[in-house]
Design a protein around this ligand. Structure first.
Ligand code: KG4
Ligand code: ZN
Length: 341
């Protein structure tokens, strides 16, 4: 079983080759520099970049895996959710390619692919673990913040999600208020290393509510009004680390407390974390400490598999292929608002 996977849902053009649940190659071409001057992803520019780069990214993935077109058993691509014109590039390319080599096409949900990405074993590079323990899974990306209960591969149910902004969006928007460049998550992570997380007390929305939902727009607003009142802080560069550390601490505390509470309620001894925000170093260390203290197994996706990549798309496609649950209908279209259940 060998498959080609494509990912073009946002601002990363990526192709991967997967063989029997293991990653042979995973090539990612990032557009961050193009979008950073606009402070966010510009859909038309993203689409043009995907069109420009997809062919060379696919060729590189095939070369790195020493894989010829005739070695492929199937083709897969992100079908949704994502930016419609950007999704269209990868999906239509995959559709045409699968048709031309007369192989099945497997449409993949991008967020579900994030969800299962922590299940690459650490030892054998890129191999999907056979034994997926029941777990509480937190997906934290630029577009999504979702808690799910997972019983096994392809067997999950949403138990909570954000009511407004996603955690990554909160990092990016508050970073913008601080005058940092896009994407703000990695900038805040870097600057926070030299700051005090208790320097400023920002809002922790819904922290004390006994449900599994999130809200991050109130935190963004509390930072906004704090900075309007204390604008002098923005003029001195040495205050930035404390501001970043305090914002980061507020976001991570909400994610941590809610995930632990969901695990306790579900009687689950395993938590997984995926998505771009799972790269955050403070989030990783806070979850590691708290899970260790509670004897909870913690699986966080490897850093290069947290942000968007085609390997996670291909791995999920491999699982779907084994289960046989895909439509392979040549008329299938993109699903920009595809939910994960
Ligand atoms: O999963 P992803 O690449 O794209 C989506 O599917 O949305 O996530 C991108 C998000 C951005 O909001 C970015 O700021 C955030 O992940 N991110 C981080 C870090 N690295 C990426 N947030 C906090 N700390 C980081 N180190
Ligand atoms: Zn993503």
């Amino acid at each position: 079983m060998r498959l080609l996977a494509l990912e073009t849902s946002c601002d990363e053009t990526s192709a991967a080759i997967i063989e029997n649940n293991a990653v042979l190659s995973n090539v990612v071409s990032s557009q961050i520099e193009i979008h950073s001057e606009y402070g966010g992803v510009v859909p038309e520019l993203a689409t043009r970049e995907h069109l420009k780069n997809l062919k060379s990214v696919v060729n590189e993935a095939l070369d790195k895996a020493s894989c010829g077109v005739n070695d492929l058993t199937a083709v897969s691509a992100t079908q949704g959710p994502g930016l419609p014109p950007a999704l269209m590039v990868g999906w239509k390319a995959a559709q045409a390619f699968a048709y031309s080599i007369d192989k099945p096409l497997i449409g993949v949900n991008h967020v579900v692919a994030h969800l299962y990405s922590p299940w690459f074993s650490d030892g054998q590079k890129g191999k999907y673990l056979d034994n997926v323990e029941p777990n509480i899974s937190l997906i934290v990306s630029g577009g999504h913040t979702v808690l799910t209960k997972v019983k096994g591969p392809l067997n999950h149910v949403i138990i909570g999600q954000t009511k407004d902004d996603a955690a990554g969006e909160c990092f990016d928007k508050t970073a913008k208020l601080l005058g940092l460049s896009y994407p703000g998550g990695p900038e805040i992570d870097k600057l926070a290393k030299g700051g005090n997380p208790k320097a400023y007390d920002f809002a922790r929305p819904m922290l004390n509510q006994e449900n599994d939902d999130f809200s991050f727009s109130g935190l963004k607003t509390s930072v906004k009004y704090f900075l309007i009142k204390n604008s002098s802080l923005l003029h001195s560069k040495d205050k930035l680390p404390d501001l970043c550390a305090s914002i980061q601490a507020a976001i991570v505390e909400v994610l941590l407390v809610k995930s632990l509470r969901a695990a306790r309620r579900a009687n689950s001894k395993c938590i997984t974390i995926s998505g771009g925000v799972a790269r955050n170093s403070y989030l990783r260390s806070e979850f590691q400490r708290e899970c260790r203290d509670r004897d909870i197994v913690l699986r966080i996706a490897a850093p290069d598999l947290c942000t968007d990549n085609a390997a996670m798309i291909g791995l999920l496609a491999n699982l779907i292929y084994e289960k046989g649950g895909f439509s392979n209908n040549p008329d299938d279209d993109i699903k920009p608002n595809w939910n994960i259940n």
